[in-house]
Design a protein around this ligand. Structure first.
Ligand SMILES: NC(=O)c1ccc[n+]([C@@H]2O[C@H](COP(=O)([O-])OP(=O)(O)OC[C@H]3O[C@@H](n4cnc5c(N)ncnc54)[C@H](OP(=O)(O)O)[C@@H]3O)[C@@H](O)[C@H]2O)c1
Length: 240
């Protein structure tokens, strides 16, 4: 008898950092994975060699998002989960005021999950009670706002709100939750002074790494009850 086909996990922005670590985690667990990437890094070749299906996609336009959803539909009739990890962290720019940054932030953090969830809803349904998941990656700044990343924070706050709307719409078949990280991984170019300031913002004063996120994703995927909630991963930053 042949192997029963798995329901793949769809992961956006899997070419680097947290998304890449999640893709490796699922592959190590022998789970089928479909990954979106924008820039093609050598890491994508490695994921493909390990069995992931990788799709080039740019979420800067609605057409790009809907084309990606159509490609996923053509690949599989069913999905186990959608993990919305893709993100950009733009600051407001000096110079003439324009809507460029907020448009870009809303496109990747709001239009992409909104359109992908609506387009792929039929692939998540039909598998029973609490059998599928959507996970949105938001940010600690959803609570606090951010004077340096105003549009980014606003777009992640909209995504946080969509978590509850989609949870209401898709229950009880699909659980929908958000993960709201603070510092998880530094960027390569962060200097020592920046790193120290960032570490001092939390009670735990550490850069925890991707495992904190992977463990929480695993928990959310195995729960049969938790939906419509946001999970902070912030080292107690709200108490500083
Ligand atoms: N790392 C942290 O400490 C931290 C803190 C708070 C929140 N988060 C959240 O956690 C998630 C993962 O964080 P991360 O640091 O691993 O993210 P990251 O390094 O910024 O990677 C984001 C991914 O999204 C992709 N992406 C960006 N814009 C896109 C677009 N227009 N279309 C398609 N793909 C696009 C990027 O592709 P390219 O490589 O081609 O640009 C990249 O693969 C994000 O949602 C982030 O907001 C992370």
């Amino acid at each position: 008898m042949g192997k029963t086909p798995q329901r793949p996990i769809l992961l956006t922005g899997g070419g680097r950092r947290i998304g890449l670590a999640l893709a490796h985690h699922f592959l190590a667990e022998k789970h089928d994975v479909i990954v979106s990437y924008r820039a093609r890094y050598p890491a994508i070749d490695v994921l493909e060699e390990m069995g992931a299906t990788c799709i080039q996609a740019d979420f800067s336009t609605d057409e790009g998002i809907l084309e990606f959803a159509a490609q996923v539909k053509a690949l599989t009739p069913t999905l186990r989960a959608i993990i919305h990890n893709a993100s950009a962290w733009q600051t407001e720019k000096a110079g003439p005021i324009s809507g460029e940054v907020i448009t870009e932030m809303m496109q990747v953090h709001v239009h992409a999950p909104y359109l992908i969830n609506l387009a792929l809803e039929p692939l998540l349904r039909g598998n029973g009670h609490a059998a599928s998941d959507i996970i949105h990656f938001t940010d600690y700044v959803v609570e606090r706002g951010s004077e340096k990343h105003i549009a980014y924070a606003a777009s992640k706050a909209a995504l946080d709100n969509m978590t509850r709307s989609f949870a209401r719409k898709l229950a009880p078949e699909v659980k929908v939750n958000a993960i709201a990280p603070s510092l998880i991984l530094f960027n390569e170019l962060d200097d020592a002074a920046y790193r120290q300031r960032a570490l001092n913002k939390s009670l735990m004063k550490t850069e925890p790494g991707e495992k904190e996120i992977i463990d929480l994703v695993d928990y959310l995927l195995t729960s049969c009850y938790v939906t419509g909630r946001s999970f902070p991963v912030d080292g107690g930053r709200h108490l500083r």
